[in-house]
Structures are given as structure tokens and as C-alpha cells.
Design a protein around this ligand. Structure first.
Ligand code: CS2
Length: 489
């Protein structure tokens, strides 16, 4: 079978959606750091929709960690398939908005040069929570992070996202080129402000003047991004090859739903995102809070409890009525009262989320979402818990999500089999858990004492302590499926 490429498109089946513009006539306006599956199913699709009328906004992607994206996509002219899936079938579409991919580890100079060029007016990022090298509880740069220590010592040869951004901004400043806007598209709270704080602090540690210049001159528009994008499997690759009549080394599977809310703060110009379905707003914060708490908070809860209960995929857990009821109750009784969203019908938003989680065609592994919990818990569950405690309200379901995480990071499942716990803090987490054994109080005390995750306050909250410990007792004694069933009975 031929490989997907600019040439193969000429013979593509006529029903296959392909770029609506001449790819030889487009040029880069955006550098995107972290060219993973999420970006390719989200921002790259919006850009694909607008290139016909705005050809100077194509994307140069960079991968910061691994060479695999470039290896997969370079031989196919950076083309790839986005396949939208639900119970009614699979809709493939070939995306052409990425025109080059740079491997930051081996093409660092070329990447910095590109980022410093005046044509680039936006540098966007999806580097996941841990890519910001920050303290997740406070949102401040972690100046002891090994990548930050490295980049402060080698500012012209950076390997972290903040290091690359600051090196490129410094070049632009030196040559009198206006800065690009830095647009975080990660699931961080106040991702614009958080990114600004981290980048300005990194710049300030290098050179106080540069730090002040970044703080005063660089725009960091916040965004709320939403689309569920499970990791691609070999079975997906075969299915897509069949559908598009060519081999695609890395197609992306996703759901029909997509949402993008963007703060309109682009002094150097921006593409008309609103023309392709994005929502431009003054402040993205309420949208972010709603999404992080309602979607991601529920997702993480489903993933830890679901994994422990033996559900491989989110949709498998959603076939269990007790899980559906638990998430519905958590969202309705404990999360929605913390949100202030004039103009959004929260019950409808909730019902739509439950339907999205249940999408049987999306094989989204609970293990995938369970990754990096230390970086995710603060904005997904702990902020909501703080708000509820301050209001003197119950936190029962939210605390069950936290307890399930504590049980999960022990690294042993309910059948005594090892769990592959992926987390930048996994060594510490598993050491604490090993020492605690199956003692709920000791496990809670050991983990809650990590200020990077729980801050200094939560350990001192009696209601938090007793509720989480109570859930841990049940998880140890009855297992996750029964604990969930008992809660919602
Ligand atoms: C998920 C998110 O993996 C995870 O942690 O919760 O990637 C989620 O699918 C997206 O945020 C949906 O927009």
C-alpha cells in the first residue's frame, strides 16, 4: 500500500476530505511546541480550516522529547489523518496545516532561528502539565527542576519549553523584532498567566532586565482547550489505512466534539480563529475552571477508580451505572455549585460530558488518563475541594477521587498485580506508599505531606482527612467497584 503523502493525495478516494488549499502556497506564522496527538486533533484542525483564506498561518511543529513524531510524519510530507469516531462510524480527514516538524534535541538552532523570525507571530504549546517545570500546587517555576538548572547554565542550548521560549524572545529583542504571543494550550489553571509567570521568572533568573522586558512586552493569551484524544493503536493504523487507501504512520483518533476558548490578546496579530469555530473572550478563566473541574476532574476520578475496578477504557466504566451515578452526583452536587458561568447551561454541559465519556468508539484507556496525577490533581480536584471546604460543604465524591489516586499510586492493583504508574514523582509516591502498606492513615499522611501537590493547607483540614481516609479504608476492604456501588446506593 502507498504511504500517505502529497503525491498520494492526488489519487485519494474522492470522498476523503483533504486540505482545501494549495499546500505549496502556505507559509508559517506559528511555531508549536509539543506536536503530540492532542495538538494535531485540535489547534492544527482549526488552522487547517482557515488556511485557504489566510495562507500565512501554517504551523511549524517541534517535538521536545521524542523523535517519533517527526520520524512518522516527515516521510508523509507532515500530512496525517484525523479520524472522528462515534457509534455511527469513523470520519477520516487529512490535515495539511503542519508544514515542517523539528526535533528540538537535534535541530535546536533551526528551531530557535525559526522562532526568532518575524513571520512567526504566535508560539503555542501543548507540552503537558509537567512540561512547564513548575510546582503544580503554586504554579511557580521550579528553579531546581533539572531541565531548568540545565537551561539556566546553557541558555543558548535550552531543552525545556520555558528555556526555548526565552532564548527565542531574547534573540527577537536583540534584533528589534517584536515578540510573538505565547499561547499555552495545556490543561493548567489560568494557563496564560501561569505560563507568563513561569517564563518571566526564568528570563529574570537569567537576566533581570530580560525578565522585566518579558513581563512588560510579551502577551500570554489564556485558552481553554477541549477534545478527547486517546493514544493511537496499531489497530487504529490498520483501520485508517483501509479507509483512506494509504498508509498513515500516525493517524489521530478523536471525538466529534471540539471546543476552543481564547483570550483575545495578540498584539502581533492572529488568524481569525472565530471564523473557524473558536470563541474569543476577554477572560478565559471561568471557562477553564469549568472544564478542568467538570471534565478533567471527572476524568481523573473515572480513571483511578475505573482502573482499580478493572475497566480498561473510560467507556467501559461508563457502562457501569454506579460509575455514571457517581460522576453525575460529583458534578451536580459538588462541582457545579463552585462554578460561576453566566450564559452556560451547566446541566446541559454535564450531560454532554457524560455522553462524551460514554462514546463507545473512543478507546480511551483509564491508564492513559491516570498518568501524571501529581501534576493534575491540584487543578482537577483539590481546588474544588478547597472551595467546598471554605463554604462548609460536603466533599464526599471529590475526596473519593483523591483516595483512588492514593490507592492507585501504590503501584499494585486489586489482584496484586503491578501497576505501571507514570508520574514525574512516581519514585517518591511509590516509596511513601511502600512504607505505609495497606494502612489508610499512614498512606494518607505520607502523601498529603507533599506540598507540591497538596499545598500546606489540606493536611490540616479535618474534613478532608477523615473523608479521604474513610474512602481509603473502603477501597482496601471492598475494592473500587464495590466502594463506588456503596456510595451511590
Ligand atoms: C485527560 C485529558 O489525559 C487526561 O488527563 O483528562 O487529556 C482530556 O481528555 C482532555 O483534556 C479533553 O479535552
Amino acid at each position: 500500500m502507498t504511504r500517505l503523502s502529497a503525491n498520494s493525495l492526488a489519487n485519494a478516494p474522492t470522498r476523503l476530505a483533504v486540505p482545501a488549499y494549495d499546500r505549496t502556497g502556505i507559509s508559517a506564522g506559528i511555531v508549536h511546541l509539543g506536536i503530540g496527538a492532542f495538538h494535531r486533533a485540535h489547534m492544527a484542525v482549526y488552522i487547517d480550516d482557515l488556511l485557504k483564506d489566510h495562507p500565512d498561518w501554517a504551523i511549524v511543529g517541534a517535538s521536545l522529547r521524542r523523535p517519533d513524531t517527526k520520524q512518522a510524519l516527515a516521510p508523509q510530507d507532515c500530512l496525517y489523518t484525523v479520524a472522528v469516531r462515534d457509534a455511527s462510524g469513523t470520519q477520516p480527514r487529512v490535515i495539511g496545516s503542519i508544514i515542517d516538524i523539528l526535533d528540538a534535541n537535534v535541530e535546536r538552532e533551526k528551531l530557535l532561528e525559526t522562532m526568532a523570525s518575524p513571520n512567526i507571530r504566535i508560539v503555542s504549546l501543548t507540552v503537558t502539565e509537567k512540561g512547564y517545570c513548575h510546582d503544580p500546587a503554586t504554579g511557580e517555576l521550579d528553579s531546581k527542576h533539572p531541565d531548568i538548572v540545565h537551561d539556566l547554565a546553557n541558555p543558548e542550548n535550552p531543552r525545556s519549553a520555558p528555556g526555548l521560549i526565552v532564548a527565542a524572545l531574547a534573540r527577537r529583542r536583540a534584533s528589534g523584532v517584536a515578540p510573538f504571543a505565547v499561547m499555552s494550550c495545556d490543561n493548567l489553571p489560568s494557563n496564560g498567566e501561569t505560563c507568563q509567570r513561569i517564563v518571566a521568572r526564568f528570563a529574570g533568573l537569567l537576566d533581570a532586565d530580560l525578565g522585566a522586558w518579558v513581563a512588560d512586552n510579551v502577551a500570554f493569551p489564556g485558552t481553554m482547550v477541549d477534545r478527547i484524544v486517546p493514544a493511537t493503536t496499531d489497530a487504529d493504523r490498520s483501520a485508517i489505512a483501509e479507509l483512506i487507501g494509504a498508509e498513515d504512520a500516525w493517524p489521530i483518533m478523536t471525538e466529534p466534539f471540539t471546543q476552543w476558548v481564547i483570550e483575545d490578546n495578540f498584539p502581533g496579530g492572529r488568524p481569525p480563529f472565530e471564523a473557524v469555530g473558536a470563541q474569543l473572550v476577554k477572560s478565559v478563566e471561568p471557562f477553564e475552571l469549568m472544564k478542568l473541574r467538570m471534565l478533567n476532574g471527572a476524568h481523573s476520578t473515572l480513571s483511578y477508580l475505573g482502573y482499580l475496578a478493572g475497566y480498561e477504557h473510560v467507556s467501559d466504566a461508563m457502562e457501569d451505572d454506579n460509575f455514571v451515578r457517581l460522576i453525575h452526583q460529583m458534578q451536580t452536587d459538588e462541582i457545579m455549585p463552585t462554578l460561576d458561568m453566566p450564559g452556560t447551561d451547566l446541566p446541559t454541559y454535564r450531560d454532554q460530558l457524560l455522553a462524551r465519556f460514554a462514546n463507545p468508539a473512543l478507546k480511551h484507556r483509564t491508564w492513559q488518563i491516570a498518568m501524571d496525577g501529581s501534576q493534575k490533581l491540584p487543578q482537577r480536584l483539590l481546588g474544588t475541594i478547597r472551595d467546598r471546604l471554605a463554604a462548609g460543604k460536603s466533599i464526599d465524591r471529590l475526596a473519593l477521587g483523591v483516595a483512588a489516586w492514593m490507592r492507585y499510586v501504590m503501584g499494585i492493583d486489586e489482584n496484586g498485580k503491578p501497576i505501571d504508574v507514570k508520574d514525574p514523582m512516581s519514585m517518591r509516591l511509590m516509596a511513601i506508599a511502600a512504607e505505609a502498606g495497606e494502612d489508610p492513615k499512614a498512606l494518607f499522611n505520607g502523601l498529603v505531606a507533599l506540598p507540591e501537590i497538596f499545598g500546606a493547607d489540606l493536611a490540616e483540614q479535618p474534613a478532608f482527612r477523615s473523608t479521604v481516609i474513610g474512602h481509603l479504608e473502603n477501597l482496601f476492604e471492598h475494592g473500587a467497584a464495590q466502594t463506588v456501588a456503596d456510595r451511590v446506593a
